[in-house]
Design a protein around this ligand. Structure first.
Ligand code: F0G
Length: 480
């Protein structure tokens, strides 16, 4: 059969909410045009994130009754630990309530002021957790400024860039290297096994450990199999073992490829490091056999980790994102190609090329998709990673402005995808009439979660006009 179907059928349904355009207009105004401030019940299709939004399987629901809620030594922990040891190959397993807790605990033990941590691209919480320790989160994606995914492994790290960094700052200033699978902040592109091998070798020669951010490792392993001839016939679980054998440990948000609504873990090879991490764990998350999770969560995660490696599931996952991507490409809509599995990334700067990057085209597109059809998406660009220049009060644009349509696992069906495609096509048709936004209030860290925006009514002066104005200003100064 050519048709790839969802390898599951529906047993429980959750109603979807519909709103009118005028209601959505009012809600957007109230929310300061920030989609994080919209209530979920006012969203029709929620593509804000693929994190913690998976549908659980009947087996996972059944685990809820199996959960052992004993404070210490619960049987659910030992099952969780055994599953992680067998998939990832690391002996020491530390449960945490979600990925960023793993980051805080690991970085708390290893990062000091002035340390550099290279990665293909750090996720926003990873970066913030490094920076809060005084570390310098250094993004070294391959191809640097452009996301060139066409080679198939646009998530790779720039090996020469890492070598230069180590030479420049010295191995002592690099306590460990990281790599994010798949590269969420750069189009959801995978990392190749060869790139991982080179990175691992380079770090090992310099005596620097490697930790993998494994949030979407199963999707990365699948894409290695699909995109490289030499791994075409290998089981995904075996590719995963090859990946993790190259590192000293991993951090995982189980809210992604753990197919769970909450949870995460740190898994490491080295006993002494594990002991140190557990000290912080007890202070902040909980006893090492539950780490802030219930026994039933531990069971659900163990089952979720196994299910996320099942090949019919990964094939369905690939087919659904390809379905969305193919239709958008056919309609001439600019997206990052080839699409990864967990999200489609619209290139908002190309989509809304009439809006200056300083006026946040990514934000404008998220607002418009919500207004058009109640679809919630997420800006990944200047709002998330750029900053406001204190002197001019102008936005300093990030290198790209993307809008991520994250695809919750096992949640939406083909008709939902058709609805999303229709909405995006409608917005694309009226793109020339869409206005930009400016930030009117923001926090010092992770500003995108809470900042408020207002629409801009005037366009920025054209670049040429601005150049003339600054030349005139320089002349006047000289004259004075
Ligand atoms: N690493 C990556 C690559 C992530 O994408 C995330 C979360 C984290 C770490 C942190 O994990 O949320 O469990 O604390 N990403 C979500 C997203 C929030 O929408 O991409 P967490």
């Amino acid at each position: 059969m050519r048709t790839v179907i969802e390898p599951f059928r529906t047993k429980v349904v959750e109603p979807i909410h519909f709103t009118t355009r005028s209601k959505r207009r009012g809600l957007l105004e109230e929310a300061g045009y920030n989609l994080f401030a919209i209530k979920a019940e006012d969203v029709t299709i929620d593509l804000l994130t693929d994190s913690g939004t998976s549908a659980m399987s009947s087996n996972q629901w059944a685990e809820l009754m199996r959960g052992d809620e004993s404070y210490a030594g619960c049987s659910s922990f030992y099952r969780f630990e055994a599953t992680i040891r067998s998939i990832f190959g690391y002996r020491h397993v530390i449960p945490v309530h979600q990925g960023r807790a793993a980051e805080r605990i690991l970085f708390g033990a290893l990062v000091h002021s002035g340390h550099y941590i290279p990665s293909n691209t750090h996720f926003d919480t990873t970066r913030a957790n490094i920076e809060s320790r005084g570390g310098i989160a250094t993004d070294l994606p391959v191809g640097n400024d452009s996301i060139d995914a066409r080679a198939g492994f646009g998530g790779n790290i720039d090996i020469e860039g890492v070598r230069r960094l180590i030479e420049r700052v010295g191995a002592k200033s690099v306590p460990f290297g990281m790599i994010t699978l798949t590269n969420n902040s750069a189009g959801g592109q995978p990392v190749s096994l060869e790139n991982l091998e080179s990175y691992s070798r380079l770090l090992e020669d310099a005596g620097i450990p490697l930790f993998i951010d494994a949030a979407r490792y199963a999707e990365n392993a699948w894409l290695i199999r699909r995109r490289s001839v030499e791994h075409r016939d290998r089981p995904v679980s075996e590719i995963a073992r090859s990946i993790f054998a190259l590192a000293d440990g991993c951090l995982m948000s189980a809210k992604k490829d753990g197919l769970s609504n909450i949870g995460g873990f740190i898994a490491v090879k080295e006993k002494h490091l594990a002991e140190r991490l557990k000290e912080d764990l007890i202070l902040s998350e909980g006893f090492p056999t539950y780490g802030g999770l219930t026994g039933r969560d531990l069971e659900c995660i163990a089952t979720g980790l196994e299910e996320a490696l099942e090949e019919p599931y990964l094939l369905y996952r690939e087919r659904s994102s390809a379905y969305l991507a193919d239709h958008l490409i056919q309609a001439g809509i600019p997206i990052i190609e080839p699409a990864g599995l967990h999200a489609i990334y619209l290139d908002a700067r190309a989509f809304l090329d009439n809006i200056e990057p300083e006026h946040l085209p990514g934000q404008a597109l998220t607002v418009e998709l919500y207004l058009e059809a109640g679809i919630r998406s997420c800006e990944i660009g200047t709002v998330m990673f750029g900053r406001t220049d204190e002197r001019s009060n102008q936005e300093i644009p990030h290198k790209h402005d993307l809008v991520r349509l994250a695809l919750p696992r096992r949640v939406y069906s083909q008709s939902h995808y058709d609805y999303i495609i229709e909405a995006i096509e409608n917005v694309y048709r009226k793109r020339k009439s869409i206005r930009g936004y400016k930030i009117i209030s923001q926090s010092a860290r992770l500003r995108h979660f809470t900042c408020r925006f207002s629409p801009v009514t005037d366009r920025l002066p054209s670049r040429n006009h601005r150049f003339m104005a600054s030349a005139r200003h320089a002349q006047e100064k000289q004259g004075a």
